[in-house]
Design a binder for this molecule. Structure first.
Ligand code: PLP
Length: 380
C-alpha cells in the first residue's frame, strides 16, 4: 500500500460551477461566484466583510498595509508558523518578534506576549495551529490595553470556533487559505476577513491595485482612479467558481474529517497512556475542524526513525512541520535579537504529521495505525 500525506478532495461540483462561469463570460475577479463566496464567508464567520484573495499570503499582505506597518515597527507572532505569517510584515519593513508557543496546543503562548511589547509594537499575529484556536480573549485584552492590531492567521481555521466564535471573526483582521493542502480548497486561494469596519474601504482599494474600482463597480462613482498603494490580490472567477463547489459541501467535509481525526485519536490513546507519544490537545472552549493529525514523539531520533520506517518499510508518507522561523537564515536576518524559544525548538523536533485527507479509507487508516504499533512492538 502507498499512502500519500495529502490528497486534494474534489467533489465534482467545482466543474459544474466552472462551466457556469464560462457561460457567464465574466472571468476576471469580483463576479457572480466571488460575490457568492464572500457572502457565504460573511454568513459562516460572522465577520463584517469578507474579500476573496488569491491566497492567504495575499490576505496577510493586505492586512499588513491596513495595519500601517512602517519600517522598524514590531509585530509579535509565533516562530512556529508558515513563512507568510512573517513575510507579509517584513515586506513593509516590519520586524517580527518571535515568541514561544504553548506546550499543549503549540499556539502562541499568550502569557508571553505582554513582556515582548515595546513602544514599537504595532500588531499581534496569532496563528491557529491545526485549526485549534489561540487563547483569543487574553490576546484581545492585551491588544486593547496597548492599542495593537490583531491579525489572525486563520489559514487552517475555517469551520473552527473559539467560545462559539468562528476563527477569523475575533481579531481586527484575519486571513483564510484555500490552498490545496487545506480543508476547503481552490488550488490557490484565500480570503481577507475584516471585523473592524474602519478597515473596509481601504481594504477594497488595496486589493484593487490601489484604485477605487470597487466603488465604481457598485456604481457609487462614475470613474475610478489611483488613490492609494495596492496590488492585484483578486482571484479570477474560475477560481471562485471552483471554491463555490467546495463551499457547498463545507459541513460534510468537516464532519467527515472529524471522524478520521477521532479514529486516530482513539487509536493513540493507549500509546499516550504508555507515555510513548503525545496526542494533540483540544481545549474545551474550542471546536476544531480536523485540519491535521499529529503525534509528538519522546525525542527527535524516535520521530525521524518512525518517519523513515513508515516511508521505507510501509509506503506511508508522514512529515514533520515548520522549521521554526527564528532558526532560518531569513528569520535570523530580520529578527536577530530573538530570545531562546525552548518549547518551539523542542516540539518542532519531535512532531510528526500523519496522512490526513478526506478520502483516507478506514482500511488505509488501520494500516497506518498498525504500522505505528509495529514500530513500537505493540501487539496487534
Ligand atoms: C497555508 C498557510 C498559509 C499560506 O496560505 P496560502 O493560501 O498558501 O498563501 C499561511 N499561514 C499558515 C499558518 C498556513 O498554514
Amino acid at each position: 500500500m502507498i499512502i500519500p500525506f495529502n490528497k486534494p478532495h474534489l467533489n465534482g461540483k467545482e466543474l459544474i460551477h466552472i462551466v457556469e462561469a464560462h457561460k457567464l463570460k465574466h472571468l476576471s475577479g469580483d463576479g457572480h461566484f466571488t460575490r457568492k463566496c464572500n457572502e457565504w464567508l460573511e454568513h459562516q464567520t460572522q465577520c463584517k466583510k469578507a474579500l476573496l484573495t488569491h491566497s492567504c499570503t495575499a490576505a496577510l499582505e493586505i492586512a499588513a498595509i491596513l495595519a500601517d506597518i512602517q519600517p522598524g515597527d514590531e509585530i509579535i507572532m509565533p516562530s512556529y508558523t508558515f513563512v507568510s505569517t512573517a513575510n507579509a510584515f517584513v515586506l513593509r519593513g516590519g520586524t517580527p518578534v518571535f515568541i514561544d508557543i504553548r506546550p499543549d496546543t503549540l499556539n502562541i503562548d499568550e502569557a508571553k506576549i505582554e513582556a515582548a511589547i515595546t513602544k514599537k509594537t504595532k500588531a499581534i499575529v496569532p496563528m491557529h495551529y491545526a485549526g485549534v484556536s489561540c487563547e483569543m480573549d487574553t490576546i484581545m485584552d492585551i491588544a486593547e490595553k496597548y492599542k495593537l492590531v490583531v491579525i489572525e492567521d486563520a489559514a487552517q481555521g475555517i469551520m473552527s470556533d473559539y467560545k462559539g466564535k468562528p476563527l477569523g471573526s475575533i481579531g481586527h483582521l484575519a486571513g483564510l487559505s484555500f490552498h490545496e493542502t487545506k480543508n476547503i480548497i481552490s488550488g490557490e486561494g484565500g480570503a481577507l476577513l475584516i471585523n473592524d469596519e474602519n478597515f473596509i474601504e481601504r481594504a477594497e482599494i488595496i486589493r484593487e491595485k490601489g484604485t477605487n474600482r470597487s466603488k465604481f463597480c457598485r456604481k457609487e462613482i462614475d470613474k475610478y482612479f489611483w488613490v492609494d498603494i495596492g496590488s492585484s490580490y483578486l482571484p479570477s472567477e474560475i477560481t471562485a467558481a471552483f471554491l463555490w463547489g467546495q463551499i457547498e459541501e463545507a459541513n460534510l467535509f468537516t464532519q467527515h474529517r472529524l471522524s478520521i481525526w477521532d479514529t486516530y485519536h482513539e487509536a493513540f490513546k493507549v500509546f499516550e497512556e504508555k507515555k510513548i507519544l503525545r496526542r494533540p490537545v483540544i481545549q474545551s472552549n474550542c471546536v476544531h475542524n480536523a485540519h491535521m493529525y499529529y503525534i509528538i514523539l519522546p525525542d527527535e531520533e524516535t520521530r525521524n526513525n518512525l518517519m523513515k520506517f513508515l516511508e521505507k518499510e510501509k509506503g506511508i508518507s508522514s512529515t514533520f512541520h515548520y522549521v521554526p522561523l527564528h532558526s532560518t537564515p531569513m528569520g535570523k536576518k530580520v529578527s536577530p535579537r530573538t530570545q531562546e524559544l525552548p518549547i518551539t525548538d523542542d516540539l518542532s523536533s519531535r512532531l510528526l504529521r500523519l496522512p490526513f485527507y478526506y478520502n483516507l479509507t478506514s482500511k488505509e487508516q488501520s494500516y497506518i495505525i498498525e504500522s505505528i504499533k509495529e514500530f513500537y512492538g505493540i501487539a496487534h
